[in-house]
Design a protein around this ligand. Structure first.
Ligand SMILES: N#Cc1c(N)n[nH]c1-c1ccc2c(Cl)cn(Cc3cccnc3)c2c1
Length: 229
């Protein structure tokens, strides 16, 4: 999978060079290219924003640099990529979205800042490629980079060969079961007076599986009853 990211803060995406995503890039499983939007400006100050039509506080990202940047990163596309635009006003991003995006050949992430990207950028791109405006959740960030990091990690970890042990993808929160993950423990069996639940030391795999399912159900009932509706 190739992922292009356009941003005015390329360094914000440096976490994509470490850990498993970094290893996936080194192995060729993932091809991530980060582009500085200011490279697509032509004035001395490399201006990417301007005042909003209709007034109001803050600034809006100019369409011209975005148009040139998206044209450049999609110019060589054999199949048009999907453009993902993190937006506070976007549709909530979830695990089903990660699964859907993980099977695509190419993604382009448009990381905006200020009060947002001129809407005509999204409208123009939608004439040539699928566009998804997605939100990381019901909280407010200052731009699209953090959401892009999260979405890329959620997608990348689903790529065949990314996780050393693909089995670990099965029993995760928000996986197909629809339940939250059960609590996990490792050695020592007793720590600061806290003991590992006896069933996990029993070696009885049927009892362990039942206990884990019960724990997942309890957690989901307590923390995310909406998942059980
Ligand atoms: N994804 C997501 C997401 C989220 N969950 N919260 N905030 C964002 C997000 C994504 C993109 C931008 C761009 Cl472009 C500018 N801002 C700042 C802003 C904040 C509030 C209202 N208007 C603009 C963004 C915030």
């Amino acid at each position: 999978m190739r992922i292009d990211v356009v941003t005015i803060f390329p360094d914000y995406l440096s976490p994509l060079s470490v850990s498993l995503v970094g290893k996936a890039r080194e192995s060729g499983l993932l091809d991530v290219r980060v582009h500085d939007l200011r490279d697509y400006t032509h004035d001395r100050h490399r201006t990417v924003d301007d005042t909003p039509y209709g007034g109001g506080a803050g600034m809006v990202m100019r369409p011209e640099p975005w148009g040139e940047a998206l044209d450049a990163v999609t110019a060589d596309a054999e199949t048009m990529p999907t453009l993902v635009v993190p937006a506070a006003s976007g549709r909530p991003f979830g695990q089903r979205d990660a699964e859907r995006l993980a099977v695509l050949d190419r993604l382009v992430f448009a990381c905006g800042r200020y009060e947002g990207i001129d809407q005509r950028v999204i409208d123009d791109a939608a004439e040539r490629m699928p566009v998804e405006e997605l939100s990381l959740g019901d909280f407010v960030l200052n731009g699209g980079e953090v959401a892009t990091l999260a979405m890329i990690e959620a997608v990348a970890r689903l790529l065949p060969g990314f996780m050393g042990n693909p089995e670990s993808l099965v029993e995760e929160s928000h996986s197909e079961s629809g339940l939250l993950e059960y609590p996990v423990y490792t050695k020592p069996a007793s720590w600061r007076g806290h003991d590992v639940p006896e069933v996990l030391l029993s070696g009885n795999h049927a009892r362990i599986a039942d206990w884990r399912h019960d724990q997942s159900l309890l957690r989901t009932q307590e923390r995310r009853p909406d998942l059980l509706e």
